[in-house]
Design a protein around this ligand. Structure first.
Ligand code: GLN
Ligand code: ZN
Length: 760
């Protein structure tokens, strides 16, 4: 029986890698210093695995920027625009692919970045040409193996599998079937295997997470073909799957000619039992029972039981593992000083998860050893304490969710009727103009917020500083002559954290960083308890803003689905239940805002599409509760209150009917980057409510011209009823500078005015 993980986080407990990267990119340090930081992180993380007692350490999971990018370079997949004579192991080349520029070499357009399955980790999309050649071009992996060998501990090397790699790639130039490239790709794997074996490597972990997706037949068949060619008698291949159940790929996964299979027990229900039944006798089964996607301490007693059952069948062929790579969880709980103890006792970050995996092996081998019994008792006690706390477990909240009725997710009247009432009340012009919420977060704003947090600025002074920002923002918007104003969100650090901090049920780590892409990390809030709203959260700011203008000022909230998507969530109740609790808290805020005279309220849902399960069979259920949660948050007010929502960061073309089902009065949505491609969806589907397709891309510092905006609006006017069309940028403006913002919005208003004249 062996213990292992599928990979470790590489950013470092103190974000050492982030700091080293940024210092190198800005010219403040040398490449060899960056290399040293990388090496010491690898050493430290391997040592942590050894110290925890894992039987095998994992090599090849390290990346300065992204492991998929590394894989591309390893196989010599370098887009032509980066030049011909490129050495694939050149670090600067990898940074140019990732960011478009590096300390040396010529700039070129960076590769596209996208989400790694349903995680918040972003990988660089490989670009493949029809005549793509592959070679073992970057041999850094071999150097890492040599480094690891010095620790004198058994190791395995991790590689992305050929089918997952092709699946994640995009074709460049003319369209072709990516599977045609498989035959060229496989010999390079064989060569890498040979060179690894020459270094004494016996185990290779080969990641094929696409086995957890709905695969076309051709891809299923390609698995057989590929693994028949890759199989070796002299090398143990461990095929890994994670993030979702195997479903119809289960037989395929069990019968591929490899030495072992890993499954994600936490994301695949009772599939492990089926796998136990059909897995051929010669194979190892690695059970991922320690959650690589969440921060909760493992339920040891439960895992022990499950593993014991597996062990009866498998004996030594049972391996114990993390469910997926530990890339997706923060590094070390030991660095958390501020969490309430009863909460901290229920958490395990990556380092603690290593120990859990070892403990579980002991729990299977020596179930009655005093140490094991003590650990299990401790574990139970920690959860018991949490579950008995009336602060974290609120019966009133649970009952309120139970008591929700169909009516609670219905506005008083249908959109058509509401729209009339709202128009009488708001008297907005055709093509009403607005923004998405935030204005530039200047260094003064950041400084004031930081000083307030550290207690260097008292509440009154802080409030004054923020009020001044609001006043200024309102004044600018009036000068620009926008129709619906916003307060500018100066007081918010982050759209989820800001609300989480004011809600009961959340906690925040001080160091719980998780890599999002490259050097960028996020520190997700943690939902540990029942969610409730002790008091109004935004009314004070919104009212102040409304007092500064005769025009309507939009209230600004984050929706329940996004709050959930961007947090670590509890697992003792369903995501649906958590979303409903959040929805009720936001519903109360919406009511309070309305009562305070804020009659346009935006509930942002940029992550609405993000939580969609990977498996089609689970998607309908997700849409059902996600749409319901949003509607509950929005439906507690009278017809005259206009509810907006906003979405970005995703493709929405394939889920437009679910967006329509949210029944927001107005949706402002990102479209400018794709030149209104989204509008195709509106031709196929008659979106019933009002919509503001973003008319310029806020991610670019370029100022959109009046003509460009008019062109996009004209296009929009063809797909959408003009009476229901709004005009706004793509997303919030917090990352931009004021001079750009003013000019861009001035052009937007100018374009709108010209069109109003032309259209009426
Ligand atoms: N209201 C938020 C803002 O303007 C929306 C941010 C987002 O869509 N991610 O910043
Ligand atoms: Zn946005």
């Amino acid at each position: 029986m062996k213990t292992h993980i599928l990979g470790f986080s590489r950013i470092g407990a103190q974000r050492e890698l982030k700091k080293a990267l940024e210092s190198y990119w800005s010219g403040q340090s040398h490449q060899h210093q960056l290399e040293e930081v990388g090496q010491s992180l690898r050493q430290r993380h391997w040592q942590a695995q050894i110290d925890a007692g894992l039987d095998i350490i994992t090599v090849g999971d390290f990346a300065f920027y992204d492991h998929v990018l590394n894989h591309s370079l390893r196989f010599g997949v370098i887009p032509k625009r980066f030049g011909d004579e490129q050495k694939a192991d050149n670090l600067d080349l990898s940074f140019r692919l990732a960011r478009g520029r590096a300390p040396t070499g010529t700039d070129a357009a960076a590769c596209e970045m996208t989400k790694w399955f349903d995680t918040n980790y972003h990988y660089l999309v490989p670009e493949l040409e029809q005549d793509q050649r592959f070679s073992f071009a970057d041999k850094r992996l071999l150097a890492e193996v040599k480094e690891a060998k010095q620790l004198n501990h058994p190791l395995k090397v991790v590689l992305i599998g050929p089918l997952t790699y092709l699946w994640l790639s995009k074709t460049y130039g003319q369209a072709f079937d990516k599977l045609e490239l498989l035959d060229n790709l496989l010999p390079v794997y064989a060569q890498i295997f040979n060179e690894l074996m020459a270094l004494g490597v016996n185990y290779i972990q080969i990641d094929e997470p696409i086995l957890s997706l709905d695969l076309p037949n051709a891809w299923q068949a390609a698995f057989e073909r590929a693994y028949n060619r890759l199989q070796r008698r002299d090398l143990q291949l461990l095929l890994t799957t994670y993030f979702a159940p195997l479903n119809e790929n289960l037989h395929l996964a069990c019968h591929l000619p490899v030495a072992g299979l890993h499954i994600d027990v936490l994301r695949s229900g009772k599939e492990w039992q089926q796998v136990l039944d059909i897995l051929p006798d010669y194979k190892v089964l690695s059970l991922g029972v320690v959650d690589g996607r969440n921060i909760w301490r493992n339920s040891l007693a439960q895992s022990q039981q499950l593993l014991q059952q597996a062990q009866q069948k498998l004996g030594d062929r049972l391996w114990i593992a993390s469910s997926c790579s530990l890339l997706h969880v923060p590094v070390d709980l030991a660095n958390e000083q501020k969490l309430p103890t009863e909460i901290k006792d229920c958490f395990a970050f990556a380092i603690q998860k290593l120990a859990e995996i070892s403990t579980l092996k002991q729990a299977v081998l020596n179930p009655h050893s005093p140490l094991v019994e003590q650990l299990i008792a401790q574990n139970n006690a920690a959860y018991q304490l949490l579950n008995q706390s009336t602060h974290w477990r609120q019966v009133a909240v649970q009952q309120r969710v139970q008591a929700l009725t169909e009516q609670d997710s219905q506005r008083q009247s249908a959109f058509a009727e509401r729209a009339i009432v709202q128009q009488q009340h708001l008297k907005l012009p055709l093509l009403a103009t607005t923004t998405i919420g935030s204005f530039p977060q200047t260094s003064e704003i950041r400084r004031a917020r930081a000083a307030f947090k550290q207690g260097l600025l008292n509440e009154q002074a802080y409030e004054q500083a923020m009020q001044q920002e609001i006043q200024q923002a309102i004044q600018y918007q009036e000068q620009i002559d926008l129709d619906v104003l916003v307060h500018g969100e100066a007081e918010r650090n982050d759209m989820v954290e800001y609300f989480g901090e004011q809600l009961q049920g959340f906690v925040f780590s001080s160091n719980g960083w998780v890599q999002s892409y490259g050097s960028r990390c996020v520190k997700p809030p943690i939902i540990v308890g029942d969610v409730s709203r002790p008091q109004a959260m935004t009314v004070k700011w919104a009212s102040y803003a409304q007092q500064q203008s005769q025009k309507p000022v939009k209230g600004m909230l984050t929706g329940p689905v996004t709050m959930l998507a961007w947090s670590f969530a509890r697992t003792d109740i369903s995501r649906e239940q958590i979303a409903l609790q959040l929805a009720l808290a936001i519903r109360d805020e919406v009511s309070d805002l309305a009562q305070a005279g804020i009659h346009i309220i935006q509930i942002d849902e940029p992550a609405f599409r993000e939580g969609l399960p990977l498996r089609q069979s689970e998607q309908a259920n997700y849409w059902r509760w996600a749409v319901r949660a949003f509607r509950i948050s929005a439906s507690g007010v009278d017809n005259h209150v206009q509810i907006h929502t906003h979405m970005c960061y995703s493709e929405f073309n394939d889920c437009i009917e679910h967006i329509a089902a949210m029944d927001a009065d107005v949706i402002t949505i990102e479209t400018a980057r794709s030149a209104m491609e989204l509008l195709n969806a509106f031709e196929a589907f008659d979106y019933p409510n009002a919509i503001g397709p973003g008319v310029y891309d806020i991610h670019s510092p370029q100022i959109p011209s009046v003509e460009a905006i008019k062109k996009l609006l004209n296009k929009a006017g063809q797909a959408i009823d003009k009476q229901r069309l709004w005009v706004n940028p793509d997303c919030g403006l917090k990352t931009r500078q004021w001079p750009e913002v003013k000019q861009a919005l001035t052009n937007m208003v100018q374009a709108t005015k010209e069109l109003r004249a032309e259209w009426s």
